[in-house]
Design a protein. Sequence first.
Length: 381
Amino acid sequence: MNQSKPSILSRALSAIAPAMSLAIKSPEDWADSSHLIPVDLQTLFGWSDASGIQISRRTALGLDVVAKGRRVLATNLGRMTLVNRKSGALAPMQMSYLQQPEEDRPLAQTLIWTADALYFYPRTWWIVQRRDAYGWPARGGVKLLDRKDAEFDDDGKVIKAWGKPVEARDVIQFDAPDGGLLHDGLKLLRRAVILDRAASLAEENPVPSVELHYDGNKPLEATQIQQLLQSWQAARAKYGAAYTDKTINAKTLGLDKEQLLLDAQNRMDIKLARQIGIPAWAADVALEGSTLNYQNRASRAWELIDLYLATYTTAIASRLSMNDCTPIGWSTEFDTEVLTRPDLKTRFETYKVGIDGGFIDQAWIEAQEGQKMKQLEETPA
């Protein structure tokens, strides 16, 4: 197979791109071909569901839970750094490109937009543009690839970036653990958008839950009707009840539609949180009957890492631990201490236990604190 020749599918999509009016710009509308093809062909040929709603990254971020999930991911991932380890300990030297992969933006932004792509789509790529004297990616020599700037062969492998051929060794591909939210969660996202629109419409056009039916012989004037409604509303607000005489019949129109929509939205928020994989408390989703009782900040952070962040940190770190990114026997990990570091009181209580037990020394404590400390005295036996 000719790896330098664009695939038939790629050439076909390029030919019909003007008709589809594609506008895929980083970082707002990143996409993977497995997502773009079905959605855009639906638009072109009318292959869509009855709602007519096309789900994109921007549409999905209009949902509170999706936006919160993305924000929690970006905020916490951007605070962590990448470190190299060998045999469990910090490596004797750190790969410089992992401190700043891209020349034009900091590590935090590179990691945020890498995770963003994996959040919505099945995969994303770093392209190595410069290498150091030892053949490793150089500091600032890597570039995060935007889908609109890539060309693929029939197997879905990147063969061109920014219009120039790229070698396979210069492509670092990160694969999401699933198909991405816009692929695996497409049906649920569409339902959520429809429900959100219905709730907004109900807020703008409220349906009364009670009808005050007048049974008198003489029709009421407009001012009398207004006074009746105002007095009824005021009594309900003040006393929780209202009074009607024999000429007024209060008719209940059934369940409050707004309340039904609110309940449906709450259930949908829980489903979205499950689809995303984020703990309900982290997405500000209320679970009936659930309570949270964390002893400290670190416990909460560890739960967030284990149940949510690890989905993305594992995908990124494991790829960067392969032999084309780090030396054999080394690994790349996210340094989670910024999220899980105990408070000052807890740390020094732990140091005291270690000093008394004789399994840590003053040098170790100073390395943990990053500064010279006053000598701790051992407690006499």
